[in-house]
Design a protein around this ligand. Structure first.
Ligand SMILES: NC(=O)c1ccc[n+]([C@@H]2O[C@H](COP(=O)([O-])OP(=O)(O)OC[C@H]3O[C@@H](n4cnc5c(N)ncnc54)[C@H](O)[C@@H]3O)[C@@H](O)[C@H]2O)c1
Length: 234
């Protein structure tokens, strides 16, 4: 059975990714700094993805226990609000540590444990804010821009190690945390996606077929406002 590593698997997008990859026939290794509620088909590891040694040890344990992973999706991320006026050194370090360093360390550790005879895919998770910055989250936006750049930066190197690298840049996703931050689902923008749609897109990106030549690119995943039921039914 193929093995997928999903980071940030305790909640939100990562948890839905873990569940959808299981349904797609994968054995899943779920990595998170928080405890993970049990989920069929998912083996949980509690790990801080900013800790280089812990990340390498975890990926080595995944390989020893489940077999060499062919997929890694780096969904762990944090998004505290920050403007120029209120940004602090601590917020900067926290955001860049988890979002950028966490992605880098996961990519390094994944590359160390893959079977180079298999078809392997690393999927990074950035955000549309990394393409067009959100003024109330300037540090988050800058960190996701760095993830997009890192995605293309490491693609050629990892291609030489039999790993295709693709990125996704979602718009709003209706995860529990984002619903809570926005004061309820009804306050989300009309083009917010369901996490399952994003997970399905990730599964599609990890398959060969027509997109096997896609590497180093980050694709925007955002439901067009024109496609929402409220407008299309007009
Ligand atoms: N929800 C959205 O609207 C949205 C939009 C675009 C991009 N994203 C990105 O998608 C990803 C998931 O977002 P979400 O809404 O599901 O968030 P979430 O807060 O529900 O989940 C993020 C997970 O990452 C884990 N995590 C944080 N720091 C960690 C660390 N140091 N080590 C290990 N795990 C750690 C958390 O414990 C949590 O379980 C993030 O990278 C986010 O930036 C989200």
């Amino acid at each position: 059975m193929s093995v997928a590593v999903i980071t940030g698997a305790a909640s939100g997008l990562g948890r839905v990714l873990a569940s959808e990859f299981v349904k797609a026939g994968y054995q899943v290794a779920g990595l998170d700094i928080q405890d993970q509620a049990p989920l069929h088909g998912v083996t949980a590891w509690k790990v801080d993805l900013t800790d280089s040694d812990a990340v390498r040890t975890t990926f080595a344990e995944v390989r020893a226990m489940l077999g060499a992973p062919t997929v890694c999706v780096t969904a762990a991320g944090i998004y505290p609000r920050s403007t120029l006026v209120d940004a602090t050194v601590e917020t900067y370090r926290a955001i860049f540590d988890v979002n950028v360093l966490g992605t880098l360390l996961s990519a390094q550790a994944f590359a160390d444990v893959v079977d180079e005879l298999a078809q392997n895919t690393l999927v990074t998770v950035s955000s549309v804010d990394g393409i067009s910055p959100f003024s109330k989250s300037v540090l988050y936006s800058a960190s996701k821009a760095a993830v997009i750049n890192l995605t293309s930066g490491i693609a050629e190197e990892l291609a030489g190690r039999a790993i295709r690298v693709v990125g996704i840049a979602p718009g709003y996703i209706a995860t529990d945390r984002v619903i809570e931050l926005n004061g309820g689902r009804h306050n989300l923008p009309v083009d917010a996606s369901d996490p399952t749609e994003i997970a399905q897109a990730c599964i599609g990106l990890t398959r060969g077929g027509g997109i096997s030549l896609l590497t180093g690119q980050t694709v925007t995943l955002r439901r067009s406002a024109l496609e929402t039921p409220s407008l299309s039914n007009d």
